[in-house]
Write a protein that binds this ligand. Structure first.
Ligand SMILES: *Cc1c(COP(=O)(O)O)cnc(C)c1O
Length: 430
């Protein structure tokens, strides 16, 4: 039996579904606040610590607002994310702009908003200077190359990643940027994704802290912050052990004491850019079983599909599933849980042992709160679902309505078919 417990009950979902039909994403305000508070507690030893929530993980202004209230900033990578963060009230250095292959307009908006720009590449110095100007505070993204391993376990392959500059480029960048008037520097690196080990941040911190000491020694640059970025993962599988933020924070503190403090760099602020860790477990995709099929396998067809949560389809990622109301029944049926895309990869689970599923049962797909709705798409003419917020007082607020066919057709609004598409919508309702 699984230890993963949904933050909503069957009775709650039955009530909610009366007003908001499935499928929908639902988020847990109390859980989001709890996670943010734990993160700040784990790094309370560092004066000026700040989490810049990775907006791309869950780009919803209502959720950004909650994180802002908890003291978080926003990490943006595009023009629209900058706009959304600005609208929520994040200003200036409350926003990090970590982009790559950056369009001119995006860079210009980041400069205009006065956010902290994280340069992905050496050539971006010239690019930034050409399209805007060099600000007084800037961050450079580092890529050490090779493989990133912890205790001989390869975690990821930075040498094959498109992000960041080499060590040599970073040193040159700092010198050039200083000559161009930069007063405060940051270092950023993202070396491994979805790590489920308390060692990732401390190991990464060790590398970046030493780099900071070397950079300061060689260039004299004033390094004011080090951004450990994202990559702290969640236990998607029930048998995995969750990361422990308090242990992680303590591990980073040890590296800080061992490397930065002796170098006289005890005023460096630690930044994080967690997305998945903040939101994934605090959101679920709720879908209803609407078909069953008995062929070479047992299939349950749902009203959600990969367009609502694509991680299983593209990464073969595991997402735990709870059949609401059957939490304590034995998992003695083997199913493939599918969506309705004309794509055989559209399966939320394969050969999954679950309680017997009846038509109309609600399935809670866990850990969908980050990189879930956000990666949604419209293939097969599927529409994006609503997003709901389970508020701390137990009430539910719709924080994004479901798409309608008119939304899907909206970008044909200046063409010959605009009126015909609208007419088709009306005819179908008759
Ligand atoms: C995606 C991303 C993050 C967040 O990653 P998670 O795995 O969701 O924590 C943070 N920073 C940058 C630059 C990213 O691209």
């Amino acid at each position: 039996m699984s230890k993963k417990v949904p933050f909503v009950t069957k009775a709650q979902i039955e009530e909610i579904a009366k007003e908001y039909p499935t499928p929908f994403h639902i988020y847990d305000e109390a859980g989001i606040r709890r996670t943010a508070r734990t993160l700040y507690k784990a790094f309370a030893w560092n004066k000026g610590f700040k989490e810049y929530f990775a907006v791309k993980a869950t780009p919803n202004p209502y959720l950004l607002q909650i994180l802002k209230e908890e003291g978080c900033g926003a990490d943006c990578s595009s023009y629209t994310e900058l706009l959304m963060s600005d609208a929520v009230g994040f200003k200036g250095h409350e926003i990090m702009f970590s982009s790559n292959a950056t369009p001119v307009e995006d860079m210009q908006l980041a400069y205009k908003q006065g956010v902290i720009i994280n340069l992905d590449d050496f050539t971006h110095i010239e690019f930034l200077e050409k399209v805007a100007a060099i600000p007084e505070t800037i961050c450079c993204r580092f890529n050490p190359g090779g493989h990133f391993a912890i205790a001989n376990n390869i975690m990821d392959n930075p040498g094959d990643a498109k992000y960041g500059m080499t060590r040599e480029q970073l040193f040159d960048a700092y010198k050039i940027l200083m000559a161009k008037g930069v007063k405060e520097f940051g270092i950023h690196a993202f070396l491994a994704s979805n790590t489920v080990t308390n060692d990732y941040y401390p190991e990464l911190a060790g590398i970046l802290f030493q780099l900071a000491v070397d950079l300061k020694k060689e260039t004299g640059a004033h390094i004011t912050f080090i951004n450990l970025s994202g990559g702290v993962g969640v236990a998607y599988r029930p048998e995995q052990k969750d990361n422990d933020l308090m242990v992680i924070g303590e591990g980073v503190r040890k590296a800080y004491e061992a490397i930065l403090v002796p170098a006289g760099m005890d005023d460096v602020r630690i930044f994080t850019e967690l997305g998945r860790f903040m939101l994934a477990p605090n959101g679920g995709l709720v879908t209803q079983a609407i078909h069953q099929k008995h062929t070479y396998k047992e299939y349950i067809g749902c009203d959600a599909c990969a367009a609502n949560l694509m991680r299983p389809a593209i990464y073969d990622a595991y997402h735990h599933i709870t059949v609401l109301g059957k939490e304590n029944e034995p998992c003695d049926h083997k199913y493939d849980i599918t969506g309705g895309l004309c794509e055989n990869s559209d399966k939320f689970a394969k050969d999954r042992m679950l309680p017997k599923i009846d038509m109309g049962d609600y399935l809670f797909i866990h850990d969908a709160g980050a990189h879930g709705f956000a990666m949604g798409y419209n293939y097969n003419g599927k529409l994006r679902s609503a997003e709901l917020l389970l508020q701390e007082d137990g009430s539910v607020k719709m924080i994004r309505r479901a798409e309608t066919p008119a939304d899907y057709f909206a970008t044909f609004d200046n063409g010959a078919f605009a009126d015909k598409l609208n007419q088709a919508i009306e005819d179908a309702k008759k």
